[in-house]
Design a protein around this ligand. Structure first.
Ligand code: NAP
Ligand code: F7E
Length: 347
């Protein structure tokens, strides 16, 4: 049985990846942070008491700022594959806490890579790199596009990207970058724009909110569906040689289009509810990201199934249900039709 270690197992991607690897027969180890409130909501449905013989998921307290514990975990578990997803992942917040973002999102990767190197074991490593690294580079962006990062978050991710390449070249490690464009789902954190919008639509329908404050409506992103992206992380580590790959849908849409699509899906007029609050503007914005997915299509057989309109419907349906209302259901039908053998729990 293969063993995987996931940092950031409680996050959006970590939760889907955990489910995916369990479905592939892996023993999965996740690093979680100690918090005064529960932070395992996204993985509670797959957790089995570790005393049970059926248990294949094991959680370990740790923080990516704590090199000693990272070393201990890697030394004790001896994983075959490490998926490094833990990060301070919010771009706007990275302008408020740039030093912390550097410590976690950049230096955290050093701690993991060093622990792997010092273990002396052949451990494959996946780094969660980001389309934000392209920043103001003109779209479409591919593996060869020059990076022009526009935030402390993007700078920190770029450090990790280069470090991953450096350990691959310098120490002959199987270390790979997945340069993933935005991917969303019903499990997306509530302060990222897609979820903020779909949750607000549901909350407005439920009569619990009457205004939605947003920042820049003109920014464009290449938005895909998170479960498909976590599957590709695994595929990147199953190649014969370590390499870096861009993954997205190849289409971009503005925040305004996302707003229009989400509100109109449930029959609401968005202009009545949406206002602009400059608090959500960023000192430097990334205007347009579109993935050039030629390499991933060819090598990884990457063919994303969920398009922008599907994604919005899937997310609005889930949020409407979470508010105790009856969902329109087109999103559910899309999931049933496109993923008859899905390995994740539908939220
Ligand atoms: P997310 O939902 O914000 O999850 C981040 C995870 O990292 C959470 O499990 C969080 O723990 C954990 N974490 C944060 N700081 C930590 C620390 N100091 N020590 C240990 N764990 C820590 O992010 P995501 O959307 O799943 O993204 C996963 C990774 O891919 C991130 O590295 C992100 O930057 C990158 N990425 C994301 C996208 C995207 O569109 N989603 C695209 C490209 C790259 P808590 O649950 O306790 O907060
Ligand atoms: O913003 C605009 C905002 O915060 C998207 C992370 O997963 O993807 C994510 O980063 C766009 C930006 O995602 C609001 O200015 C308008 O242009 O949802 P977001 P992000 O910054 O693209 C990348 C690939 C990652 O790697 C990151 O980890 O939406 N926007 N109004 C807003 N954004 C937010 N959050 N809130 C607003 O009210």
């Amino acid at each position: 049985m293969k063993k995987a270690l996931i940092t950031g197992a409680t996050g959006q991607d970590g939760s889907y990846l955990t489910e995916f690897l369990l479905s592939k027969g892996y023993q999965v180890h996740g690093i979680i942070r100690r918090a005064s409130t529960f932070n395992t909501g996204r993985i509670d449905h797959i957790y089995v008491d570790p005393h049970s013989k059926k248990a294949k998921l094991f959680l370990h307290y740790g923080d990516i700022a704590d090199a000693e514990q990272i070393n201990n975990i890697i030394f004790n578990i001896k994983p075959d594959e490490v998926y490094h997803l833990a990060a301070q992942s919010h771009v706007r917040v990275s302008f408020d806490i740039p030093e912390y973002t550097g410590n976690i999102t950049a230096l955290g990767t050093t701690r993991i890579l060093e622990a792997i190197r010092r273990s002396g074991r052949k451990i494959k490593f996946y780094q969660a790199s980001s389309s934000e690294m392209f920043g103001s580079a003109l779209p479409p962006q591919s593996e060869t596009t020059q990076f022009q990062p526009q935030s402390p978050y993007a700078c920190a991710k770029l450090y990790s990207y280069w470090l991953t390449k450096n350990y691959r070249d310098g120490y002959n490690m199987f270390a790979c970058n997945g340069i993933l464009f935005n991917h969303e789902s019903p499990r997306r954190g509530e302060t990222f724009v897609s979820r903020k919008i779909t949750r607000a639509v549901a909350s407005i329908l439920a009569g619990k909110q009457d205004k939605l404050y947003l920042g820049n409506l003109n920014a464009k992103r290449d938005w895909g569906f998170a479960p498909e992206y976590t599957e590709i992380m695994w595929r990147i580590l199953q190649q014969d040689k370590p390499d870096d790959y861009v993954t997205g849908t190849g289409e971009s849409h503005s925040v305004k289009e996302l707003v229009e699509e989400a509100f109109s899906y449930v029959g609401l007029k968005w202009k009545k509810y949406v206002s602009i609050d400059p608090r959500y503007f960023r000192p430097t914005e990334v205007n347009n990201l579109i993935a050039d997915i030629k390499k991933a299509k060819k090598v990884l057989k990457w063919h994303p199934k969920v398009n922008f309109n599907d994604l919005v419907k899937i997310m609005v349906d889930a949020d409407v249900r979470a508010f105790g209302l009856k969902a329109i259901g087109e999103g559910d039908k899309i999931l049933e039709k496109k993923f008859p053998n899905r390995w994740w729990k539908v939220d």
